[in-house]
Design a protein around this ligand. Structure first.
Ligand SMILES: NC(=O)c1ccc[n+]([C@@H]2O[C@H](COP(=O)([O-])OP(=O)(O)OC[C@H]3O[C@@H](n4cnc5c(N)ncnc54)[C@H](OP(=O)(O)O)[C@@H]3O)[C@@H](O)[C@H]2O)c1
Length: 323
């Protein structure tokens, strides 16, 4: 089968597109015939060896997949060969076949395509855990989503609207602001305009919950437009900068600064992951969530997809389509 292999920490273009033997599922594993794989911002960090967790080399990158069950170990219950499933893989997704843990394998809702399903775990679940589990967003509140056209951004806007909240979004270009509006944002602001935070505070009533995948100055300015008892969730650092937070401002307005590391829920609280999948599938079936797919790429074009994601070119989700 075809798969990308990382032999040494490297740039995406240096991964090796290889022909390797098909994996054989262990007694507790499921073998998926992969139809689509999600491309995620952290994948490039994993390939470069810059991510918090470093897999043993050689390995195939790829955190999430969707496909059809081809074979199963004898201890696997509750699934059948031929089932349409998606799975959280951690590694292994950039391949034609992958063995996965049944605990992190989920039936795909009938109306959901393989492309949508392959991008439905990392970003939607991270956004869900940030908004629901960490910040406890209420329907009467206002959610502010930064980088609103990105993967975390588009999913957070949709989840905020599914909860019934008012949603404000920021993004860095007119094209991306349009994406945030299509996702349901009630107000979209370009955060290259240095006055965005002031405008939200003075003209639009401020924000109660902030989802921030950007970091740096964007986080610092978010504190200025966060309301009494507001919660700011740190999701990522796409700006490459770690914010220097004025803790006195947090104190003065009873603001909570919260961290989110979704991986820890996956590793330590799988029951919560299943609860999240149930709720997200329900919202999807009700038409409240609609994954935004930027582009589908052939498996061999994974390096281009990764560059498009990390160079700010893409919006929503980049997906690999496996022949
Ligand atoms: N904490 C967790 O558990 C968790 C889970 C998943 C993802 N993440 C992290 O969340 C972040 C966002 O992930 P994502 O899937 O939403 O990524 P994405 O789809 O690539 O979106 C990131 C957005 O960040 C904005 N951005 C601002 N400054 C940037 C810069 N210097 N370089 C690149 N982008 C920049 C861009 O929007 P504009 O062009 O509009 O500015 C871009 O669309 C990543 O850091 C990822 O690692 C964290």
């Amino acid at each position: 089968m075809k798969a990308y292999i990382v032999e040494k920490w490297c740039e995406p273009e240096e991964m090796v597109y290889s022909d390797i033997p098909e994996p054989v599922p262990g007694e507790d594993e499921i073998l998926i015939d992969v139809k689509s794989a999600g491309v995620n911002f952290p994948d490039i960090l994993i390939i470069q060896g810059k991510y918090q967790a470093r897999p043993k080399r050689p390995f195939t990158p790829g955190t999430e997949v969707a496909g059809v069950i081809q074979a199963m170990g004898k201890n696997v219950k509750g699934f059948a060969i031929g089932d349409r499933v998606s799975a959280i893989t951690w590694i292994g997704g950039y391949a034609e076949k992958v063995c996965v843990n049944p605990l992190y394998t989920f039936p795909i809702p009938p109306k959901m395509s393989f492309e949508e399903a392959a991008g439905f775990h990392v970003i939607y679940q991270s956004s869900y855990f940030g908004i629901v589990e960490r910040a406890h967003l209420r329907p009467t509140e206002t959610l502010l989503v930064h980088a609103g056209a990105g993967g975390i951004g588009t999913s957070s806007i949709q989840i905020g609207k599914a909860i019934g909240a008012k949603v404000y979004a920021t993004a860095g270009s007119e094209e991306k602001l349009e994406i945030t509006k299509r996702c349901g944002a009630d107000l979209s602001l370009n955060y290259t305009d240095t006055l965005w935070s002031k405008k939200i505070r003075k003209e639009h009533g401020g924000a109660d919950v902030v989802i921030d995948p950007v970091g740096g100055e964007i986080l610092e300015k978010s504190i200025l437009c966060t309301n009494f008892e507001g919660r700011i969730v740190i999701v990522g650092f796409t700006s490459g900068k770690i914010a220097q937070v004025a803790s006195n401002l947090l104190l003065l307005n009873n603001i909570g600064l919260l961290g989110l590391f979704w991986n820890l829920y996956v590793q330590n609280h799988p029951a919560k992951i299943h609860e999240a999948v149930k709720q997200l599938n329900e919202w999807y079936n009700q038409g409240k969530l609609s994954p935004v797919i930027y582009k589908t790429y052939d498996l061999k074009d994974a390096p281009t997809a990764l560059r498009d994601v990390t160079s700010r070119k893409s919006y929503g989700k980049a997906i690999l389509k496996i022949a």
